[in-house]
Ligand binder design. Structure first.
Ligand SMILES: [Zn+2]
Length: 352
């Protein structure tokens, strides 16, 4: 269902050896806009409180061409659940998230990915916080494996060392690992490592796929991806946010909207990024460019919508189920094909 290059029974690495693989991310932002997640805490309680909402979004991404259905456990970890006073539902939330992802993945030929992320407790100079982060990874990865995931994504890390701890935990499961870093304004990890050096370290530590996700849009992620692609031999991942970041405003934390005077906090992050959203053609261009330089694990992070994923799939010469409804302006009432639309209405188009 999800495209010609993916077949049932094929694992992540087999699929990657045959060509690009798409993994839609961005569940937090999309479900926040739909009214199921609160911006700020960003805890995926929707998994237990409105499971139909996450199931439907998984399905929309699957129809749009996502080869991997990522269980919605991003920020479904102990620290976040503590923050909202719901540590008691932690295990339930994690297990249910995988079951929902599996249900939808099995409607197509998609893989299910378990997911861990930045813990928000890790600190470089504190062994205690490193132990706490490891314990958080161990419990989430353990539940994901028990629920039968096909691979595990560890994402949005600012410290290489935190990513390495996650990788160590994932490696023990024997499942394929995807490890992606979040690079902020300075093009380096919080330790000061260049992204390509960080990714090389992760590859040397045994990661199957390394790369970047979140924070940067296509324009400010691509230059870093080129260096990463040259530095490692393993598969490279790229999941930018779909926003028009620039050299002056390299991440979505910095986008400044001079045309809007009613922003409650002054800035656009995270709830007023709308005017900077990449259109589907920009995402298609990104997918082609990334694939051309050999970046084959592709997706879109916070801000992603199904039409972005469909564009990405079509840019990779696929025709996922949602392509049945891809634009066909030949049938438009005013702009349509002369053989289909009356001449009178085509002439009226100048009055639109
Ligand atoms: Zn993101």
């Amino acid at each position: 269902m999800s495209g010609e290059s993916s077949g049932p029974g094929k694992g992540l690495l087999e699929r990657l050896s045959e060509g690009p693989v798409i993994c839609a991310e961005g569940y937090l932002f999309e479900l926040e806009q739909r009214g199921y997640v609160s911006a700020g805490a960003y805890v995926p309680e929707v998994v237990l409180e409105h499971p139909g909402a996450i199931e439907q979004l998984h399905r929309e991404f699957l129809r749009a061409g996502s080869d991997v259905i990522e269980a919605f456990t991003y920020y479904g970890h102990r620290e976040k659940l503590r923050l909202v006073g719901k540590e008691d539902v932690l295990e339930d939330l994690n297990r249910h998230a995988v079951r929902i992802a599996r249900k939808v993945a099995d409607e197509g030929a998609a893989l299910v990915a378990g997911n861990v992320c930045n813990t928000n407790v890790f600190l470089e100079d504190s062994q205690k916080t490193k132990d706490d982060a490891r314990a958080m990874f161990e419990e989430q990865v353990g539940w994901a494996v028990e629920e039968g995931v096909d691979c595990i994504i560890a994402e949005t890390f600012s410290w290489a060392e935190e990513a390495e701890i996650a990788l160590e935990v994932i490696k023990r499961t024997g499942l394929p690992s995807v490890i992606t870093m979040a690079i902020h304004r300075e093009p380096e990890t919080y330790e000061g490592l260049a992204p390509e050096d960080c990714c090389k370290r992760l590859e040397d530590a045994g990661a199957d796929v390394v790369g970047l996700n979140c924070m940067r849009g296509p324009g400010t992620m691509l230059p870093l991806l080129r260096k990463i692609r040259r530095a490692v031999k393993c598969h490279v991942a790229a999941l930018p946010v779909p926003f028009r970041t620039s050299e002056a405003e390299p991440t979505f934390h910095h986008l400044h909207d001079a045309n809007c005077g009613c922003l409650p906090e002054g800035g656009t992050f995270p709830t007023a990024l709308d005017p900077f959203t990449c259109n589907r053609y920009e995402i298609a261009e990104f997918a082609k460019e990334a694939a051309d330089i050999g970046v084959h694990y592709l997706g879109v992070c916070c801000g992603a919508k199904p039409h972005h994923i469909r564009s990405m799939a079509e840019a990779l010469d696929r025709r996922p189920p949602a392509s049945k409804y891809s634009p066909d302006m030949s049938k438009h009432a005013y702009f349509g094909d002369a053989n289909l639309i009356g001449a009178e209405y085509r002439e009226l188009s100048i009055r639109l």
